[in-house]
Design a protein around this ligand. Structure first.
Ligand SMILES: Cc1ncc(C[n+]2csc(CCOP(=O)(O)OP(=O)(O)O)c2C)c(N)n1
Ligand SMILES: [Mg+2]
Length: 241
């Protein structure tokens, strides 16, 4: 939250913002304003992990739109050629800004696209927490054991417009209301864990309350925190070797 508010307390000391937020201490190499640019970074991280033999796996996330970027496709090839422990997650939510996926992506299944690069691919319902967990677990294990890269397509939906105030005239009437009612991943998760008796409603309510309080506290702290000072303008911007 500190980084989003551009404050000195942020993980990039307020100089990254939401678009370039990174936290190397957690292995998070950075969000990217250039669509698809995380994929070569993931290949680099995977290559480093392979050389170090530390069991690390490089994971890149792209949308259906970003999946058409040349560097994403080049990364699939590189990862396959070098047998890297790299995972490419495609969050297929049907739209890139206002462009429907059907209009811009030639293949129906990303599993076919992955096969064209010599990678195994899996498609899961991205609104099903357990399906994503299981599928991701399997391909991460495989990559760790030297089995190489894989692509994971998560079919999901977009609840919001591309930007605040997007009228979404390119979407069907009632489309958003309908999917919000029937395919909200959090509601589906709650239904499943309650049905299975894994967790009880009061415990879920307590978790919700705790999470909301944590978010609220983070927002309050970030808003009140100081901005970076002018004298720090040129620090942490360029690496000096
Ligand atoms: C190389 C590049 N081209 C265009 C853009 C502008 N742009 C930002 S988001 C976006 C759509 C991305 O769609 P998708 O990958 O499906 O992600 P989603 O918005 O669904 O999460 C575009 C075209 C960009 N940031 N980078
Ligand atoms: Mg999309």
């Amino acid at each position: 939250m500190g980084e989003i508010y551009g404050k000195a307390m942020g993980s990039c000391r307020g100089k990254g913002g939401s678009m370039h937020i990174a936290d190397l201490s957690k292995g998070m190499m950075g969000a990217n304003g250039i669509l698809g640019a995380g994929a070569p970074l993931a290949c680099g991280a995977a290559l480093a992990a392979k050389f170090r033999g530390d069991g690390g796996v490089g994971i890149s996330f792209v949308g259906d739109g970003a999946s058409n970027q040349g560097m994403f496709l080049e990364s699939l090839n590189l990862a396959a050629v070098w047998n890297l422990p790299a995972i490419f997650v495609v969050e297929n939510n049907g739209y890139a800004e206002s462009t429907s996926r059907d209009y811009a992506v030639a293949v129906d299944s990303y599993v076919d696209r992955a096969a064209g690069f010599g990678l195994p691919g899996v498609t899961v319902d991205g609104t099903d927490f357990f399906a994503v967990y299981e599928a991701a677990g399997e391909i991460i294990k495989r990559a760790r054991e030297g089995g190489g890269p894989a692509l994971l397509e998560c079919k999901m939906i977009r609840f919001f417009g591309h930007f605040e105030g997007d009228q979404q005239t390119y979407r069907g009437k009632g489309e958003v209301e309908q999917i919000r009612a029937s395919r909200d991943c959090i509601k589906l998760f709650v239904e499943k864990v309650l049905d299975a008796g894994i967790i009880k409603r009061p415990e879920l309510d307590a978790i919700d309350k705790e999470a909301l309080a944590e978010i609220e506290a983070a927002v309050v702290a970030a808003k009140a925190a100081p901005l970076p000072s002018a004298k720090d303008l040129m620090t942490d911007v360029y690496v000096t070797y």
